[in-house]
Design a protein around this ligand. Structure first.
Ligand code: UD1
Length: 314
């Protein structure tokens, strides 16, 4: 059994990662400042984790959390492309400076490996599909730029300090505990909750843009495998399902699962939006045995069940 520190452990992905670590009997520490993370995400497991309520921008303040830690799963960040378009400085301060603080604290504490959340957004306007790790990143939003900078710092820390780092480029993750209410919420929680309430979802643009949506269990698996794998240090890997669907198809699938027949509203495309996204996941498969266990349809069925309870509770 190992000791894991999950930064952003009160967030959507982090809180799901914590549950799996506890299920596997690991010791779990959580670092979060509850800026976008939520206390209710940790409510059921609060007694089983050690919580450090601190901002990753606080280089000294975060240090105690790293004591005795074997692996860091760094999920803490300010997510959202539109948020970064509105406030690029905040996104950079948290995602880049905060990440460098996490990396140096991990180095100083003698952590064995840091697995970090990166993003498919770094491929940006590069039109090639599927996206593979050898492609040139072409970020088109400050969010994407911040994630690419993180990858550069991670690789640099591996080279100059010998700190093992692995970056995971998540492709549009969805699942339980993803916030549907924030103004920067992701599309699946917004659409599922709208349809469950009988409301029309709004698609930005013609709806032909596509995404390689990935259920959160796949991302959890990738984090756990990447943390203890032999290889991969200093590198970045795509984590997705390896299939894409358009937003129009997404609405059709959700209508079918929920049993509704609600047409979306179309408005202008969103600035900074990538048109198509699809991952080649062979590098993660070959390096640490990543294999997505839940496909999009199964994942959508699971989240519909989860949001149904939330919506029913009002
Ligand atoms: C991007 C990244 C993803 C990253 C995430 C962090 C890409 C391909 N993906 O996701 O890796 O983790 O940011 O926040 O860059 N949409 C609507 N109606 C809505 C909401 C969204 O039509 O009400 C559309 C968006 O315009 C977009 C798609 O749905 O085309 C997905 O949007 P969203 O869920 O916000 O994620 P991305 O920006 O694709």
């Amino acid at each position: 059994m190992a000791t894991y520190l999950v930064t952003g452990g009160a967030g959507f992905i982090g809180s799901n990662v914590c549950r799996e670590l506890l299920a596997q009997n690991h010791t779990v520490k959580v670092l979060d400042n509850f800026a976008t993370g939520r206390r209710e995400n940790l409510a059921e497991i609060a007694g089983d984790i050690e919580l450090f309520e601190v901002d990753i921008r606080d280089a000294e303040g975060i240090q105690p959390a790293f004591k005795g830690v074997d692996y860091v799963l760094h999920q803490g960040a300010l997510p959202s492309v539109p948020r970064s378009v509105k406030d690029p400085v905040a996104t950079t301060e948290v995602n880049v400076n905060g990440t460098l603080n996490v990396l140096t604290a991990a180095r100083d504490a003698g952590v064995k490996r840091v697995v970090m959340a990166s993003s498919s957004s770094i491929y940006g306007s590069n039109p090639e599909l599927p996206k593979h790790e050898g492609m040139r990143p072409m970020p088109i939003s400050p969010y994407a730029a911040s994630k690419l900078a993180n990858e550069a710092y991670a690789a640099a820390c591996t080279h100059v300090y010998g700190l093992e780092t692995v970056c995971l480029r998540y492709f549009n993750v969805f699942g339980p505990r993803q916030d549907p209410k924030s103004q920067y919420a992701a599309v699946i929680p917004i659409f599922v909750t709208a349809l469950l309430k009988g409301e029309r979802p709004t698609i930005f643009g013609d709806g032909e843009q596509s995404r390689d949506f990935s259920y959160v269990a796949n991302v959890i698996q990738a984090n756990l495998k990447a943390s203890t794998a032999e290889g991969g240090a200093g590198q970045a890997f795509n984590i997705a399902c390896g299939n894409r669907i358009s937003l129009n198809e997404l609405v059709r699938e959700l209508n079918e699962i929920i049993g509704t027949n609600i047409d979306p509203i179309h408005t202008d495309p969103r600035p900074g939006d990538v048109k198509h996204s699809l991952a080649d996941i062979s590098a993660a498969r070959e390096t640490f045995g990543y294999s997505p266990a839940v496909d999009v349809r199964q994942g959508l069925e699971k989240v519909v069940d989860w949001y149904r309870e939330i919506v029913d509770q009002g």
